[in-house]
Every structure is written in C-alpha cells, then in structure tokens.
Design a protein. Structure first.
Length: 165
C-alpha cells in the first residue's frame, strides 16, 4: 500500500507505508487516533452524529388546518412537506424578528401573525395552487405548536398564527 498526496499538478506518490514510517513518527498520530476511535465507538461525546449528542430544551412545528381546526395533509394540499412549510414559516418569522429587533421566544402570537399571513398568501399564490385550481378549504389555518421540557415531562402549547377568510 502506498500513500499519495495532492499537489497543484495532481497526485504524487509518496512511498510505501511501512513500520519504519510508524517508527519515524510520521503516522503515529494517525494510528493513535484510529485506535482511540475503534476503542471508544459510539460513546458520548465521541458520536459520529453530533446532531443527536444533545437536544434543545424547546422546539416547534407548524401545520395547516381547515376552518374547524382539523389538521390537513400538507403535501397533497400544497405540494410541499411539513418540514418545508416550517422552513418557509421560519424564513418569514425571521423577517419579523429582525423588524421588531426581538427573538423568537419573545414574540407574541399577534407579532407572529404577519409572518403566518405571508406564508398562507404564498401558498395561495404558488404555482402548485394555480395548477391544482386553488383547492384550499375555506378558512385555511396555520398553527404553531411549541414543545418544551418542563420538569419531568413535556409542555405543549398550540397557537393559531394565521387564517384565510
């Protein structure tokens, strides 16, 4: 086996990996790190998946509902998934956060309403809606559900952010 390095002119052969290379110290750090990773495996905090090493104390999701508050399947209705809907809402919410010079946790439902109304308007005006004949139910609603760690359990709060008339 041989090692290669990248140069501006392409790949260049460095030489064979031998025990002499390990003794000279050129690969010692690499060998030690490899052995450490093999020994530790998937034990915290040496996770290969840092997104699962810790969780935020709060999170939220959004969903659409009809005029009576009954949740609707987002994909067939809008052509986008619920995570995409959340990203669209988050983008609009960031505009309100900057405009008000506030933070998401400090915004009231009334302060979030313009962002929600823009999301619903963009859904109504989207190419998908035009191709489907704007088949949205009357009184389409956008809800935000906040989930927080509280004591030994979870606390869930659902807010109606915006609705069409």
């Amino acid at each position: 086996m041989s090692l290669t390095t990248s140069t501006a002119l392409g790949l260049r052969r460095v030489g064979p990996v031998t025990l002499a290379a390990l003794r000279n110290g050129r690969c010692t750090l690499l060998l030690l790190l490899t052995l450490l990773c093999l020994a530790v495996r998937e034990e915290f905090p040496f996770s290969h998946f840092p997104m699962y090493s810790s969780f935020a104390k709060t999170t939220y999701y959004v969903y659409l509902a009809d005029g009576t508050g009954k949740p609707l399947a987002t994909l067939p209705l809008t052509g986008m998934t619920t995570p995409t809907l959340k990203k669209v809402y988050q983008t609009e919410l960031q505009k309100e956060i900057r405009r008000l010079r506030s933070s998401r946790s400090k915004l009231t439902v009334d302060q979030k309403r313009p962002a929600g109304e823009r999301v619903l308007a963009s859904l109504h005006d989207s190419l998908w809606a035009q191709q489907q004949g704007n088949s949205f139910p009357p009184g389409l609603q956008l809800y935000e559900v906040n989930i927080a760690l509280a004591g030994n359990g979870f606390e869930k709060r659902t807010d109606l952010i915006a609705e069409t008339r």
